[in-house]
Design a protein around this ligand. Sequence first.
Ligand SMILES: NC(=O)C1=CN([C@@H]2O[C@H](COP(=O)(O)OP(=O)(O)OC[C@H]3O[C@@H](n4cnc5c(N)ncnc54)[C@H](OP(=O)(O)O)[C@@H]3O)[C@@H](O)[C@H]2O)[C@@H](O)CC1
Ligand SMILES: Nc1ncnc2c1ncn2[C@@H]1O[C@H](COP(=O)(O)OP(=O)(O)OP(=O)(O)O)[C@@H](O)[C@H]1O
Ligand SMILES: [Mg+2]
Length: 368
Amino acid sequence: MSAPIAISEGLDSRMWGSSSSSVLRRQLFLIRSLGGFRHKAQMAGRGASPTLEADAEGVIRRITPVLDPIRYKGQAGKIAVIGGCREYTGAPYFAAISALKIGADLSHVFCTKDAATVIKSYSPELIVHPILEESYSIRDDEKASVSTKILAEVAKWMERFDCIIVGPGLGRDPFLLNCVGDIMRHATQSNVPIVVDGDGLFLVTNNLDLVKDNSLAVLTPNINEYKRLVDKVLNCEVNDQDGSEQLLQLAKRIGGVTILRKGKADLISDGKTVSRVSTYGSPRRCGGQGDILSGSVAVFSSWARHHLLSNKQPTERSPNPMILGCIAGSLLLRRAAALAFENKKRATLTTDIIECLGKSLEDICPAV
Ligand SMILES: NC(=O)C1=CN([C@@H]2O[C@H](COP(=O)(O)OP(=O)(O)OC[C@H]3O[C@@H](n4cnc5c(N)ncnc54)[C@H](OP(=O)(O)O)[C@@H]3O)[C@@H](O)[C@H]2O)[C@@H](O)CC1
Ligand SMILES: Nc1ncnc2c1ncn2[C@@H]1O[C@H](COP(=O)(O)OP(=O)(O)OP(=O)(O)O)[C@@H](O)[C@H]1O
Ligand SMILES: [Mg+2]
């Protein structure tokens, strides 16, 4: 029997954001009575909502689809990464290949022409679209028509995707970011979930309307990206003493987007609840682990959405699939990082962690 989902099922997810003392007492009662679920509650601060250590294994078991012979290609997920430019080709590759290794059926990359051949050469598994342009490659008088053409190219595919990941290795070219902003607006109109990472967060922090009020958007900031977001949205510094409460306020202020704050422990909030994943990963901090995480979150949140939609009509009490995706993605990356580190120690690299994704998922949720 699969373990219960840590948040929301059986609990009203809206409760966690409240600071009234009776609600707080009730929350604590519920947490204590959930002892068998391996929850650990930690108060974020006086009068603040508790942070739950998520039952991430239970979440993974619950949402991962069975490998059923009647399924056809595409049903386990079609993911697209919008990223990859002259400087960065590793990041979009890591995100896209991780999505496949976890179990998505198709993984696309929309990148600049310079990056496309390089990314294709890393793997024949990826479908690579060399369509993005940076300012240096186009004249001013071409910009309007080029950006219309880029949007049309992505729009052709958009409704087929279960999730897009915006930002790994995108770079910060203003023309390119402008086009990507249009792509994000189109995804939002088409109800396609968006995971925003890396330079996508640079874009969003300066254009919050791109994700505001979008409950299908997930932001996955690292320490620097989080600092910039807090500064811009809350107009203050990062508060590590009361980190959960600040994260809750940040997510609320952006209209209920889900935020996964990466760090020693990953904290996840949609402005209503705060969950934590602190399973030990690896002491190696090699670049690219955040990219694996973005691919992982995209796949798991698509599976969680599908799982919830296929079981019953979602209600206000249903868990937020984007949060479930973050919890599952965070645990899987950490397990894979721990396994890779066991083998490679100081030489552990992101490619080693990617090789451990399959075994880590198999240990939690066997294929047969
Ligand atoms: N193998 C690969 O291909 C990998 C590629 N990766 C990709 O790299 C990109 C940046 O991600 P990251 O994680 O280095 O950003 P982060 O920690 O905020 O910055 C660190 C410092 O650098 C600076 N800075 C960054 N970009 C800048 C720019 N364009 N121009 C100027 N300054 C810039 C930044 O300065 P600040 O923004 O704070 O002013 C901060 O001081 C992103 O696309 C990611 O996906 C990674 O995923 C790793 C593996
Ligand atoms: N100090 C830490 N201890 C343990 N795990 C950590 C620590 N910092 C980050 N992580 C884990 O590593 C993953 C990547 O986080 P990180 O902060 O390195 O992202 P990033 O800077 O965006 O990575 P990338 O190099 O891919 O851009 C997160 O899921 C987090 O769980
Ligand atoms: Mg990153």
